[in-house]
Structures are given as C-alpha cells and as structure tokens.
Design a protein around this ligand. Sequence first.
Ligand code: AMP
Length: 557
Amino acid sequence: MSRIETQHSRLGMVPWPDEDGAQYVAKGYWEGRGLAEYLYDESIADDDATCLVDGQMRMSYRDLRARVDGAACRLRGLGLRTDDRVVVQLPNCWEFVVLMAACFRLGVIPVMAQPAHRHLEIANMADLTEAKALVVPDTVKDFDHQAMARKIAASTPSVDHVVVAGGDVWAGNIDLRAICEPISNADAVELDRIAPNADAAALFLLSGGTTGRPKLIPRTHNDYAYMIRRAAEICRIGPDTVYLAVHPVAHGFTMAGPGILGTLISGGRVVIARSAAPERAFAAIEAERVTMTTLVPASVRRWLEHRGSDRRHDLSSLRLVQVGGARFSPEVARRVPPAFGCTVQQAYGMSEGLFCLTRPSDSSEVAYHTQGRPICPDDELLVVDDHGEPVASGEQGMLLTRGPYTPRGYYRAAELNAEAFAPGGWYRTGDLVRLRRDGNLVVEGRTKDVINRGGEKVSAEELEEIIEQLDGVRMVAAVGIPDPLLGERVSIYVVPVPGKEITLDGIRTSLEQVGLARYKIPEQLVLVDELPTTALGKTDKKALRAGFAVAQDHANR
Ligand code: AMP
C-alpha cells in the first residue's frame, strides 16, 4: 500500500478512482503541490508587498512567510505531525491565515469550526476526528471560548493542547500569537522534507448537511488548490486585487472561493473585517481601496439599505461583489451594480465541492437570474427526477455531481456515504435546480431537510434530535419559515407531553445550556396536538410550511 493509500484508509477517506485521478493530473487540474507551496512561490508577488491587513496589523509577503515558518516549527514542537487533526474555531483575524498556512505546510489537518459553534458542535468534531489540539479565541461577544475548550479538552482524550487567540491566555494554554511570531532561520529543508503529499487531506470542512452527527468533508491539497486557482482565474484575481473578508473566514466561500487563499496565491492583498456590518465594511473599502468581496444575500440587503441612507464613503474601488450561499433574488441582484458601481457575480456551491460562478463578462440577464455555471469543464452535472432518471433538458430536478474537486465521500462515514453518494460516485446535492441551455444553473429549491438561515445551514434532524430530549417534549418538527431579511428562520412545531408547559424561552434556554450554536436556536414555536404525516408515516414538513403560510396570511389581513 502506498503512503497515500495508507493515509486515506487510516483517515477513513474515499479516494477518487485511479483513472479519474490520472485524468485530472493529465489535464493539469491536480498539480501535485501542497497548498502552502503556492504561498511560498516567490514569483507571485514582491516580498515587500502588503498581503494581509487586520486593523493595525499590516503584513508583507515576507512577514507572512516568516510567521508561517515560525508557526510550523512551533506546532511541530508541540508534537503535531502530518495527518494530525486540529479543530480550529477562530473569528476573523490575521492569526487564522498564519495558522492555516502553517498547518498546510506541515500536513496537519485543520478541522474548520465556525465562530458560532458551541460546546456540542466543537466536542463532536474533536471526538470524531480525535483532534490533538483545539484552537479558539479567548472571549468573543461575552462567550468564553477558552473555558469551553478547556472543558472539551478534559473530556476528549486525544486533545493535548488548547491554543488561544487573544490577550487573556490562561496558564496551561498556549498563546496563538506567540506561536505565530516570525522566524527567519527556519529549517526550510526540513520543512520541505516533511511537506505533505498533494493527494493528502489538507483540511476538513463541515457539511451543512442533514444528520445529527457532524459530517466532515476531507478536501485534498490537489483538489482545493485547483478550485481556488480556477476561481481566482475566473474572478481575475492578481496583484492589484484587494479582497475584503467579511463573513466567517472558516467558511469555504470566504476562504477559498477564491477568497482569502485565492487572493494570497495570486499576489493580492487580503483585508480582514470582523463582521459584515456595512458601517465598518464601507470604511474599510474606502481606506484600503478594496476591489472585491463576498457576501450572502442577507448582507447585500443590509449594505444596500445602508448605502441608501449614507453615501459618505468612496466605494469607487469596488469591481466585483460575489453573492452566494442562499437564494438571491434577481430584483436585489440588479440593484447592486448601480449602488456600488461594480459587477455582481452569483455563486452557488457547497463545501462538498462543486462550485458555480457567473463570469464577470456575462450579460446582466445571466448575472441577475442564474447562479452561474461550473468552474471546471470536467465538473459533471446530472439533474434527475424522484426515480433517479434524468429529467428533460431545462426541467427542474435534483442535482447530482462529481468532478475533480468534489470528494467521493465524507470522513469516517461509510453508512452515510452510501446514502449521500449515488452509484458511480455522484454526490447528491439535495438541491433542486434547472440547467439552462446556456449551461447556467438556476437553484429552485431543495429536497434536503435543511434550514438555510441567511446562508448558515441548520440540519432539521440534528435540531429535532436534541429538542426531543428536552423535558416536556413529546414530538417536534423543525422547519424554515420565510423571512424577508434572512431568507429563512428556524421554527419548531412541538407536541407537548400532556400537562407540561412548553415555552419558546424555555426551549431556547435549554438549548443554550446544551451548548448549541445560536443560529440553530428556534425563533418561533408553535404548539400542536399532533404533527401531520405523509403516506409513508414521516412528518409532513410541506404541510407544516404551508400551514404556516396560511396562518401568516390570516395574520396579515
Ligand atoms: P455550504 O456547504 O454551507 O456552502 O452549503 C451549500 C448549500 O447552500 C447548497 O447545497 C445549497 O443548498 C445552498 N446554496 C449555496 N449557494 C446557493 C445559491 N446561490 N442559491 C441557493 N442556494 C445556495
């Protein structure tokens, strides 16, 4: 067995079939380079060019590489080795970039948690991946991540270290800023010697999927690097690009679509914003002459509203605003270019792989009305009906996909993979789409039981499993209800145990105590005597959503 086969089987990864892999190499998609190698390519930018800005911190490419070397050496000093997993939960900050690059250099695998995740999610990820370390901020918005990480470390035998970003690092924990100090005399030969194989997992992304247990997606250096390079090419990223990262940096879209990594491997500059709040973002765009950013539809609405009432900032440097992650209406899309003087680009994709983009040169009809087309000529799309048969051209159906950056399985999840992937290695996206004659996709809905709250995905099943455990709850169903700003919000229908009083506040408090991410916590409760069921005896979610629509209609009259 080769070294890479050993890694794949030990890590519970499903490799692409050899013949497909060979084709992806032959076509130049898989270049056989580790992600860090691209960053160390001195031809991309002048050493002194500023590559990263975070508040007062401004870093040149030279500084960045020295910091990445420093972090790589120190992480190694902590005992972290190729293939070790590290759960990373960081807010938007420069340390994130250094840490990620150091992990890529060492072959240590970051497991990407979101800032909103809490005890339950982080503990599950650490447990499933047998993580050696947890990386968290100290306190963010009154939530003590360090205390949470300590607790998880104490109950997860694999965790040896808690690494903390921030000014208040407790004794016994490790200071991330100290880890990220630059060194100029790194043993580059040694670091190059231990560089990971490009077929190895570079990072694990968390699926917004549909089960209680976290689903992790191993993305290899080869596949991720291809996606990033190709997206950067389509978006015309280069040394003159100034990319503003406003949404959580750990999300694939901001990190790699082409995002932060695409900008850095193309010699551009990344500006880190703490949030997507328009007041701060507009100031950053003006100050740094930002050319590109990535938004979810809910943020676009906030930006448009804010721009309507406050035109103080000079946003004339903006060239491209990418929008994706949730349904984006053409009516809002068409308002972007006049408001911000830039091109709007729609994106549709998933952490599992497939990435579609409208092209900057597309007509406004395509840019406003479609979610673009795959970035790779060898992305395969199949649109099927309920029986798995291909639908007629231009008809709506469920989208299946495979290709050079869509892995063939989740991490350590054989049973799940049998459901999530159709024979032939096709990933079932759970999205309902229409494929137009011009090759562009229109996302029309979904079959998976997920609530898309402003781009953040909530698994209905996960939520139901947890709420069912709560005192007084006999049955529960979670559904998304329409929301003008976020697209959807989380609502629950509960059948209480007779005689028990159930309130929304009570449920919310219990879920916070369990340690569930806040965006998953229901914002509406409807008490019912029973839940409607389908002919197959499953909860009829369509009926629940329709019932809500009727109730709302009455309320609005
Ligand atoms: P994630 O893995 O969190 O990026 O979520 C991927 C899912 O988000 C997709 O499978 C879709 O359900 C949804 N999604 C992403 N982009 C769009 C879009 N432009 N329009 C509608 N839904 C989208």
